[in-house]
Design a protein around this ligand. Structure first.
Ligand SMILES: [Zn+2]
Ligand SMILES: [Zn+2]
Length: 324
């Protein structure tokens, strides 16, 4: 099969590799759509998670099951499915505490095992969900991005009637903003750099600069320290910042403000069992989450797709690879 393999920094290469064989608890999925994530671009550029080369990348995918392991009962060949790339071990201390998304032996498509930028991929059956007959594969591929955005909203606490600021206008900022509006935020503001991307977020207030000390919740949806500072400064007393995006450098935090204003800082990484809620959101009229996919590009034009995802901020949001 054809696959996109990361072979080194800035070396993503199309290769021919054997079709993987599912183990007893896994399914083999023929990929129909795989979406490109901001984290894929970081992995290619600087490999912050220490991926061992070579590795087939890709962790947001949907397709059709072609083979099931001997112990798989709930799924069968022909099922249209979406994948969740996080594979908890279920036996470590964090898993036993109920925090499987923070598993200390976590498996992850495209990081410690081959992912879905390939014509086929395998995944443990419990991390796969059937998608409705009328849901396009491209929409199904958003299962994990929507799951992790639901986690960001959950970590923000009750949003009802709250003033919420989202810093970042990329695909994640867009999804989080839609979910914040749905969660009943009184006012959802988004600050970002790209007019095209900002106007893709319905039902929010676009702000150039947030007034200091004015919001209840600030969600960091872009990975840089300036954005982190914008979040911290925007919080009013007892406000909470949610660190959704990965900032790879240490950021100085004004602990004096944290003290005198009783501010809170909460991380959000992966998702605590949000997979079924995410599937529901994907089918929900009004949220129209599929709209964030602006480009569907055939797999054989993958270089163009990655270029669009990396450099096309003025006209692209989420880019999907379409397999024949
Ligand atoms: Zn992703
Ligand atoms: Zn675990």
């Amino acid at each position: 099969m054809q696959a996109l393999q990361l072979q080194g920094i800035d070396r993503l290469v199309q290769v021919s590799v054997p079709v993987p064989v599912p183990s007893d608890d896994e399914v083999l999925i023929q990929t129909k759509t795989a979406t490109i994530c901001t984290s894929d671009l970081h992995d290619i550029q600087s490999n912050p998670f220490g991926i061992a080369y070579p590795r087939v990348m890709g962790h947001e995918g949907a397709g059709v099951i072609v083979q099931c392991g001997a112990k798989v009962k709930a799924l069968q060949p022909g099922d249209r499915v979406a994948a969740h790339p996080v594979i908890p071990c279920s036996v470590c201390e964090e898993c036993l505490r109920g925090l499987e998304h923070l598993c200390s032996n976590m498996g992850h498509l495209g990081i410690d095992r081959d992912g879905c930028f390939a014509e086929y991929f395998v995944l443990r059956a419990d991390r796969v969900r059937k998608i409705p007959a009328d849901m396009p594969y491209a929409t199904g591929a958003l299962l994990e991005p929507v799951s992790v955005c639901l986690e960001a909203v959950a970590r923000a606490g009750n949003l009802k009637d709250k003033k919420v600021l989202i810093v970042g206008d990329g695909p994640f900022g867009n999804i989080i903003a839609r979910l914040a509006v749905k969660a009943g935020a009184g006012c959802t503001m988004v600050v970002g750099r790209t007019p095209f991307r900002l106007q893709m977020i319905p039902g929010v207030e676009i702000v150039d600069k947030t007034p200091d000390r004015s919001v209840d919740i600030a969600i960091l949806a872009v990975g840089n320290s300036d954005a982190a500072n914008t979040c911290m400064k925007a919080l009013r007393p007892r406000g909470r910042m949610v660190v959704f995006s990965a900032v790879h450098q240490p950021v100085p935090v004004d602990l004096f403000s944290v003290h005198v204003l009783e501010l809170e800082i909460a991380g959000a990484c992966n998702d605590e069992n949000k997979i079924d809620e995410a599937l529901q959101c994907l089918g929900e009229k009004g949220l129209e989450l599929q709209d964030i996919i602006t480009h569907q590009i055939s797999f054989d034009r993958w270089e163009e797709a990655f270029d669009m995802a990396r450099n096309g901020h003025g006209r692209a949001l989420k880019v999907a690879l379409i397999f024949q």
